[in-house]
Design a protein around this ligand. Structure first.
Ligand code: FEO
Length: 395
């Protein structure tokens, strides 16, 4: 058996993308990304999802190398975002009688994106599709992270085709399952993937996990990253924890600074946090770090302190952009503190105060606002903010 046939008659036919700079045009891909698709060769054949159109020919060649002259009987679409659906038209051209399987929302999106509206098979939550020896059951999991998202479960193999859920950034190098590779580099990319792509949808993820709670799962086949076999419990627990907004003890200090004055405030706060025993202090200068990494650590850690200078009577733009990304994701249950600076008229601290009210987090009620350069008084205020913050964090 090839290593890509990781379960008997279930083949990995996905592709790696090490060219794309930003996923969704937003999120950097320093280690690439995989678009995973799976082919089941039973009495009937079924393909689960497709790949980004740039890799359509490569994808098709993999399928044909396995099937030879056999047709694809079913194309099951768990998720319609084009990184998985854009090769539907190509596959349909080669296999014109293949039935496309999806729920009502999926099928309407296929017509909208690709103008295809025939040879459809509409399924509902809990429906079963027999392929021969293997049987597939469909679980609708809306808003993980699009409205049509669903998962397909192969009962015989206790194997879940989960769509984007349990996925991560990073090309799949060498082996395709976590038994066949060293997975160390994927864990931080799972946090970053969840925080940026799925993070807004904690409640739908919790509903999906509850729906699957009684389902025996030995293999998870996501659309991005390794196939999980050895680490099934770990990946489910990471998604469970993140979607409940549970966090570890630690503090992210995310700041902007034009000439280093606001940065000095951040340094004073960080040093005092450490003096109070906080070991996980992660500092980000928002002019230099892509926000996807900052968001990932904001999901990971319980504490967040944001600071920025006033710029054109507004909050410094990279700091403002981060606050908007946090608001969109509706991140819950964080301890929050803030600080800022100005030269002749302050606006940044006021704006961060409004942000604090919007998020309804536990706030340290004493922001530090500094005019021009740092003084011993302002250093003392920064230390006081840090000490009050630790009291809340530990409380
Ligand atoms: Fe990987 Fe939501 O697409």
């Amino acid at each position: 058996m090839e290593i890509t046939e990781f379960v008997k008659n279930i083949h990995y036919v996905g592709v790696n993308d090490r060219v794309k700079q930003k996923f969704e045009g937003l999120w950097p891909l320093p280690n690439g990304v995989s678009y995973n698709s799976y082919l089941i060769t039973d009495e009937k054949t079924a393909l689960i999802d497709t790949v980004d159109l740039c890799y359509g020919e490569r994808f098709l060649a993999k399928i044909q190398a396995i099937l030879g002259d056999k047709p694809i009987d079913y194309l099951i679409i768990n998720h319609m975002e084009p990184d998985h659906s854009a090769s539907i038209s190509l596959i349909r051209q080669v296999y014109p009688k293949m039935k496309i399987v999806g729920n009502a929302k999926t099928l309407s999106m296929i017509e909208g994106f690709y103008g295809i509206c025939d040879y459809f098979m509409e399924i509902k939550d809990g429906d079963v599709l027999p392929l021969g020896k293997k049987k597939l059951r469909f679980y609708l999991t809306p808003m993980v992270h699009w409205p049509e998202t669903m998962m397909t479960y192969c009962e015989n193999d206790a194997l879940l085709f989960s769509g984007d859920a349990f996925g991560c950034f990073g090309a799949v190098d060498g082996g395709v399952t976590d038994e066949q590779m060293n997975t160390d580099r994927y864990w931080s990319e799972m946090y970053r993937y969840y925080s940026n792509i799925v993070g807004k949808y904690g409640s739908p993820v919790q509903k999906a996990l509850a729906k699957l709670a009684e389902v025996k799962i030995e293999t998870i086949c996501s659309t991005h990253g390794p196939v999980w076999q050895k680490n099934v419990e770990k990946v489910i627990s990471i998604y469970d924890k993140l979607s409940r907004y549970e966090a570890e003890e630690g503090v992210v200090i995310a700041y902007g600074s034009m000439y280093g004055n606001t940065e000095q405030m951040a340094e004073e706060i960080a040093r005092e946090l450490a003096a109070q025993g906080i070991k996980n202090v992660v500092m980000y200068n928002l002019s230099f770090t892509d926000p996807s990494y900052v968001l990932s650590d904001i999901f990971r850690y319980k504490g967040l302190i944001i600071g920025g200078p006033t710029y054109s009577n507004q909050l410094f733009p990279p700091v403002e952009a981060l606050t908007r990304m946090i608001e969109v994701r509706d991140i819950k249950n964080r301890i929050f503190g803030y600080f800022g600076s100005f030269t002749w008229a302050g606006a940044s601290v006021r704006r961060l105060g409004t942000f604090a009210e919007t998020m309804k987090w536990t706030n340290v009620c004493s922001p530090v606002e500094m005019k021009q350069g740092i003084t011993p008084d302002k250093t003392a205020e920064c230390c006081s903010l840090a000490r009050n913050f630790v009291t809340l964090l530990k409380g």
